[in-house]
Design a protein around this ligand. Structure first.
Ligand code: ADP
Length: 367
């Protein structure tokens, strides 16, 4: 399709705005209605049009009030995976240029986080940000070989559930619990070069699209076995996909080392609504704790505090080298359009709006 001149200009302007802003961006994505046999009387979500030049506004109405929010970008229910990917492709590119990048999906269970990150593997058009990022990385690295670049790309994928790590690429042991990890410890350390090392974690070299497909299939299988065994565990765990990219230019002897993390966060729903007791209560508390540990880190980086509480959760400790400093962060806030979800949606949007007002790009004093 041809893009009109005005549209191209608007897009360039929009990208410039994104570049000028600090290094934390927030994109909001509203999923379509799910046709599950229920009849819904309208959507809680609407989009202001006249003032909304680049798709940045979103309105939410609950029974009593209307709320307006603005984010770096808002994707409505009709937006395709490709529409969304176009807006993050520059960020993926910067991992190839040697940046450390984190892309999060935040939102209540069922709001479209996994769809955004992984998508449907069976349908080309519905593949999510992870397979699309890998596709772009392969395309670019292949093109750069003619300029003398050689790349080594390594992938790992893990799940953090109740503050324990599970290796999603451990061959042949897709279950949950200590037996599934074969006695492995998965301790997190940071080396002198600012790289995260998780002991015993499977790291796969990826050379081709076939390797990617195999890895994603294995991870999906591990996640779904976990889900059945632990009763919808996947919505209660954070899933972290990490790609380490090392490049050397044989002609110029330039070197780059970038990291791309794509993180499908645990459902953000609040305790009261989930009506949790017993084990489930413990889980919900652990999730709330680690999600609030993540927001504490973001807000503490934004305030340029001397002490950033990275060690308060496995997730933030794992991602420490990739948050703040000159790393780049993007957060998707995924929301459901249905009226009964309006309460959770409001919480998600308020949190995301606070994150969107943060700038954590300026180098800070390390402690
Ligand atoms: P979450 O990971 O937040 O729990 P999911 O990604 O599993 O939510 O989404 C819930 C359901 O909605 C899934 O069946 C998913 O396929 C569907 N879905 C979510 N977002 C979209 C979208 N943009 N287009 C089509 N279907 C979607």
């Amino acid at each position: 399709a041809r893009i009109s001149e005005g549209e191209a200009l608007r897009k360039r302007l929009h990208n410039t705005i994104l570049e000028l802003k600090g290094n934390i961006r927030v994109f909001c994505r509203v999923r379509p209605f799910i046709t599950d046999g229920n009849v819904y009387d309208g959507s809680a979500i609407s989009f202001p049009t006249s003032t909304d030049l680049v798709g940045r506004g979103i309105d939410l109405a609950n029974q009593t009030q209307k709320y307006s929010f603005a984010f770096d970008r808002v994707f409505g229910p009709d937006s395709s995976q490709q529409d969304v990917f176009v807006e993050i492709s520059q960020l993926v590119q910067s991992a190839l240029d040697g940046y450390k990048v984190c892309i999060f999906a935040y939102g209540q269970t069922g709001s479209g986080k996994t769809y955004t990150m992984m998508g449907r593997q069976s349908s080309e058009g519905e593949k999510g940000m992870i397979p699309r990022s890998l596709h772009q990385i392969f395309k670019t690295t292949r093109a750069l070989t003619s300029e003398g670049w050689e790349y080594c790309i390594q992938a790992s994928m893990l799940e953090i559930y109740n503050e324990t790590i599970r290796d999603l690429l451990l061959p042949g042991r897709p279950g949950v619990g200590p037996e599934a990890s074969n006695g492995k410890q998965y301790n997190i350390k940071h080396d002198a070069n600012g790289n995260t090392i998780v002991s015993d974690l499977t790291i796969e070299d990826v050379h081709s699209q076939e390797d990617v497909d195999r890895i994603l299939r294995q991870a999906e299988q591990s996640r779904s076995v976990g889900r059945t065994q632990m009763n919808e565990q996947s919505s209660r765990s954070h899933c972290v996909f990490t790609l380490r990219i090392s490049g050397v230019n044989k002609k110029t002897e330039q070197q780059v080392q970038g990291v791309l993390n794509l993180i499908d966060l645990a459902g953000s729903e609040r305790l009261a609504k989930s009506g949790a007791t017993g084990d489930r209560l413990k889980e919900t508390q652990a999730i709330n704790k680690s999600l609030s540990a993540l927001s504490d880190v973001i807000f503490s980086l934004a305030k340029k505090e001397d002490h950033v509480p990275f060690r308060n959760s496995k997730l933030t400790y794992l991602l420490q080298p990739c948050l703040g400093g000159d790393s780049k962060t993007l957060m998707f806030v995924n929301v459901s359009p249905e009226v009964p979800s309006a309460g959770e949606t409001l919480c998600s949007l308020r949190f995301a709006a606070r994150v969107n007002s943060c700038e954590i790009g300026v180098p800070r004093r390390q402690t």
